[in-house]
Design a binder for this molecule. Structure first.
Ligand code: GLN
Length: 277
């Protein structure tokens, strides 16, 4: 029944993860123009703006990216900052719609997309992905006393559920194919994860399919609503940074930095700082 299992990405380049902190970076707005120039750390490296590593993200995805006051913080921001430090570049983070990230990277407006983004075959046709730095799990959030008590309930014969997702995410893609196209219900998509959770609280959707870590954070942030996460997982995925296919040197440079940051424990320390299980 669970066709989605076959959809799950082949690409698992993850090495072992390991330790050591790094600094945060401030949010910025609307970066990105053409221009090409070398980063100060590596003369052969080209970025959209000289000396800058511009990162597109969607900042309703705690603990990977979220606002702390006016600043975007989280795992992805810290990992990108550590990479930028290694490459001698200044990190700039811009918050845009999730489904605008890949187009923004493709056109060169942003150098990288780092957004708890899952490596998929379809996306690999549009952008390069760096090595993976974390694992994501798609889970299902339900309201108290929901008739949906396991992922299998979504695929039961005669099922008819309204499923909330974030536009353009793998949750959206799986639910569209596994549920809507299979005649088992309808998919509603929202610009922000927080909007999808609001829709669940308002009864506009019967469940929300979302990555595990933001799901946990959003359930905790809405404790009064009594939402819960089903025990069964919908899918397991790899997160990586998206880079333009036109900038293979940048993918390579980031992979070089990532290898070091994994080997010396920086990546694991960043993950441990935000994820406590
Ligand atoms: N991991 C999911 C995806 O890549 C969701 C990412 C997100 O919403 N930031 O589609």
């Amino acid at each position: 029944m669970k066709k989605f299992l076959t959809l799950i990405l082949a690409l698992a380049l993850t090495a072992s993860l390991a330790a050591c902190g790094s600094s945060n970076a401030p949010a910025s707005s609307g970066s990105g123009s053409a221009g090409s120039a070398a980063g100060s750390g590596d003369a052969s490296l080209t970025t959209a703006v000289d000396g800058v590593l511009s990162m597109a993200t969607e900042a309703t995805f705690p603990p990977y990216e979220y606002y702390d006051g006016d600043t975007i913080v989280g795992i992805d921001v810290e990992i990108a900052q550590a990479i930028a430090d290694k490459l001698g570049l200044k990190l700039e983070v811009t918050d845009i719609a999730f489904d605008s990230i890949i187009p923004g990277v493709q056109t060169g407006k942003y150098d990288i997309g780092l957004a708890g983004m899952t490596v998929t075959d379809e996306r690999l046709e549009q952008v390069n992905f760096t090595d993976s730095y974390a694992t994501g799990i798609q889970v299902v959030i339900v309201s108290p006393n929901s008739s949906i008590t396991s992922v299998d309930d979504l695929f039961a014969e005669g099922a008819s559920h309204v499923v909330g997702t974030q536009t353009g995410t793998t949750g959206f893609i799986y639910a569209t194919s596994d549920i809507q196209d299979a005649g088992l219900g309808e998919v509603k998509s929202f610009a922000k994860t927080t909007d999808a959770v609001e829709a669940l609280k308002n009864g506009q959707v019967d469940c929300v399919i979302l990555d595990n870590q933001p799901a946990q954070a959003l359930v905790a942030a809405n404790a009064d609503a009594g939402l819960s996460i089903l025990d069964t997982e919908y899918a397991v995925e790899d997160y990586a940074a998206a880079v333009s296919k036109d900038n293979a040197a940048l993918t390579e440079a980031i992979n070089g930095s990532l290898k070091e940051l994994i080997a010396d424990g920086t990546v694991q320390t960043i993950l441990d700082k935000y994820i406590s299980e």
